[in-house]
Design a binder for this molecule. Structure first.
Ligand code: AVJ
Length: 320
């Protein structure tokens, strides 16, 4: 949940620090080990989880306009690329619009998942963009990070879909948008997907699917802790909670203790009573004007916005 660069810390250290804090918390970046990345892919296909299909449809429906806005010969930089599904839609749209992208540079904390996604993307685009330079970078983009030197022309465009920016509180989001600006440099732009403020019932349903995939995604944090951080969480003692808080315009996810229990993490003991919670994610929502004002604080100028007829999701094109 922190956008500002900070001292490198591993999962176990971060978990111990988060469980020692008040309120207890854990950064959502730890969701994405191999199991968590696979669960997130399943979330994206759930009927109740509208963001992925809505944003993908926006990319397809406005492909020509988006390609025209982005322009030619840019390397697409995608922080937190995951499975890179939307990048394929975008790169194809650019090629079809007559703007050959110069390259694709996906960054992700989950290295194996990223390399597999890059290989799949190369294969998938072999017909349209056979020589596209794809340069996957396995890294935590929230830590200080040096991008490889730009390709020949030097133009770069940031691509940050999925409303991942919602994971950051507004001040943190501004800091992250400033870092993107540093990576991208002058003459570039940022295409960013942002989930909109809407009926809380629609939001609630998207994070409380009847299939239980979002709950499994949340609880995977404890399974990961048991695997990687010397923890002994008993999964049956914890419950997934996700709810909308109107003051902050965000969905909060928590893991809530069902009973009195003691958990050991890396040799440290943590006591919980029934109802104690660990805050695992924020998913902030924005009005169109609200996000444009936020981006302006980071020096980005709002250009086009594309949205769906139901006003669920927005795709913003920003330049410096
Ligand atoms: C990847 C941060 C955009 O907030 O909707 C999905 C993650 N968490 N279901 C979101 C998520 C629970 C997702 N983001």
């Amino acid at each position: 949940m922190q956008a500002a660069p900070r001292a490198p810390a591993g999962f176990a250290e971060d978990l111990v620090a988060g469980l020692s804090a008040q309120p207890r918390r854990l950064s959502p970046k730890w969701f994405y080990d191999d199991a968590g990345s696979a669960l997130f892919d399943r979330i994206c296909h759930l009927p109740a989880y509208y963001p992925t299909r809505t944003e993908t449809a926006l990319l397809a429906a406005h492909a020509d306009e988006i390609a025209a806005a982005l322009g030619p010969d840019a390397e697409i930089v995608e922080p937190g690329a995951g499975s890179a599904r939307k990048a394929r839609v975008l790169l194809r749209a650019m090629q079809r619009g007559g703007w050959r992208p110069a390259g694709y540079l996906p960054i992700d904390i989950s290295g194996d998942h990223l390399r597999a996604a890059a290989a799949e993307l190369r294969a998938d685009l072999a017909d349209a963009l056979p020589d596209l330079p794809v340069r996957p970078l396995a890294a935590d983009f929230l830590l200080p990070l040096q991008l490889p030197a730009p390709l020949a022309d030097g133009r770069r465009i940031g691509f940050y879909p999925g409303s991942s920016i919602g994971n950051f509180e507004p001040d943190e989001a501004v800091a992250l948008l400033c870092r993107f600006a540093d990576w991208i440099g002058p003459g570039g732009g940022l295409l960013i997907g942002v989930d909109r403020v809407k009926d809380p019932q629609v939001l609630h349903a998207a994070y409380n699917d009847p299939e239980g995939v979002t709950a499994a995604f949340n609880l995977n944090l404890w399974q990961r802790a048991n695997r990687e951080a010397g923890a002994d969480f008993d999964l049956s003692g914890w419950q997934h909670a996700a709810f909308y808080t109107p003051v902050h315009q965000r969905i909060e996810m928590h893991l809530v203790s069902r009973r009195t229990q003691t958990v050991t993490v890396a040799g440290r003991r943590f006591d919980f009573v029934e109802g104690d919670s660990v805050h695992t994610e924020n998913s902030c929502k924005y009005t169109v004007a609200g996000f444009q004002a936020l981006a302006a604080r980071a020096g980005w100028q709002a250009r086009q916005v594309w949205s769906d007829p139901q006003a669920l999701f927005s795709l913003h094109w920003l330049t410096r």
